[in-house]
Design a protein around this ligand. Structure first.
Ligand code: SF4
Length: 367
């Protein structure tokens, strides 16, 4: 596995998906038996993963099974929930107590951990010791929107590795600079992104959008650059990504990335069940056997257009799904299945960013 690799798997069975992904990446080749391996999920609030905010416990379970099968036994799960919640509550409600019991893996509440001062580029930070002491840190963020930074994934998930007083201080500093410095202080060895069901608008969940994929890679800057495009943003719109790149945390150059995609079942035509907000955004969409990653990307793209005040200008019908293969339609097509539309965005699935740019162009008044 190299830092410029991104691995993506589509499907609906997280345990087998993540094990398959780790085998394909040969992840164990980069680990030694006896290493202290820390798994850092996103348990920002005490809500089950179905609500779109927290890491799906089945992903963690799959990783533990993979590590056990490769004789890595020194594993812990570390997390510090946000200031308004207790990590112990989140461990319980999010299903991590059950995993801990089943596999005899300790849960470490970083809200109660000792703290170590660290300096990055003249910025003084306080970081939880257990996170710094890990020999191999596996970062397990959720791909979702964020009310302040617009997007949260690999880099921002590390904020769970600082004490509550630092979380308050980071917010007073506008988040972007301290998040990039923290990523420099804490070396992540592997990022495995839960992009199954992340939230459309808010880090606390409530509007989950099914995308049914897990994404993995070593470089958190590259992973975030790729993942923000999946919900409709460029890295320039998320200042902490280029800031982390400037600090040498990683590369945000997607043109040099090697992206490998694997499908367990997505391309066989899953039925997508949108949340209430997603259903409203998709009112004018004509969907027939759309895959969840494709439809989810469209929902994120429509939300971006609504935020920019451009959704109401969209007059032509939008088609999406395998049911439109080899058919001719007058309107805008999303994904390769809709190549029979008057115009369509390529990709299988296209990213939300590509969809946003396509729909904005299609919407532009003719000059
Ligand atoms: S283009 Fe068609 S097959 Fe590909 S992801 Fe979209 S709906 Fe599925």
């Amino acid at each position: 596995m190299k830092p410029d690799e991104i691995h993506v798997i589509y499907g609906t069975k997280p345990v087998s998906m993540v094990k398959d992904l780790l085998e394909r990446m040969k992840a164990a080749d980069n680990m030694d038996q006896g290493m202290k391996i820390a798994l850092k999920p996103n348990l920002v609030v005490a809500k089950p993963s179905q609500e779109g905010a927290t890491t799906t416990p089945a992903i963690v379970e799959g990783i533990i099974q993979y590590l056990f099968e490769h004789n890595m036994k020194n594993i812990s799960i570390i997390e510090g929930s946000w200031v308004g919640d207790q990590t112990a509550r989140a461990f319980k409600i999010c299903g991590y107590e059950e995993i801990s019991r089943k596999y005899n893996i300790p849960l470490v509440d970083l809200q109660r951990d000792d703290v170590q001062p660290v300096s990055v580029q003249g910025e003084s930070l306080k970081v939880c010791k257990k996170a710094l002491e890990a020999d191999y840190l596996i970062n397990l963020p959720v791909l979702k929107a964020h009310c302040q930074t617009l997007f949260t994934c690999a880099l921002k998930n590390l904020k769970g590795c600082i004490p509550n007083s630092e979380k308050r201080r980071y917010h007073s500093m506008g988040l972007h600079k301290p998040i990039s410095c923290l990523a420099k202080a804490l070396k992540v060895d592997l990022n495995i992104v839960d992009a199954l069901n992340g939230d459309l608008t808010f880090e606390e969940g409530g509007n989950p959008v099914r995308m049914d994929r897990i994404i993995a890679g070593q470089d958190p800057v590259l992973i975030d650059t790729y993942c923000c495009s999946l919900i409709g943003y460029t890295k320039k719109e998320i200042p902490y990504i280029p800031l982390a790149e400037q600090l040498g945390v990683g590369s945000g150059d997607l043109t040099r990335a090697h992206i490998a995609e694997y499908c367990e079942e997505l391309k066989t035509g899953l039925t997508f069940q949108p949340s209430r907000k997603a259903a409203r955004l998709a009112e004018k969409v004509k969907s027939s056997d759309a895959c969840s990653a494709c439809f989810g990307g469209l929902i994120h793209a429509l939300n971006r257009l609504e935020e920019n005040g451009r959704l109401r200008n969209l007059k032509e019908p939008i088609y999406i799904g395998q049911g439109f293969k080899s058919k001719s339609m007058s309107g805008l097509g999303i994904g390769s299945c809709t190549s029979g539309c008057s115009s369509y965005v390529k990709g299988c699935p296209p990213s939300a960013l590509d969809i946003v740019q396509f729909l904005e162009t299609a919407n532009s008044p003719v000059k």
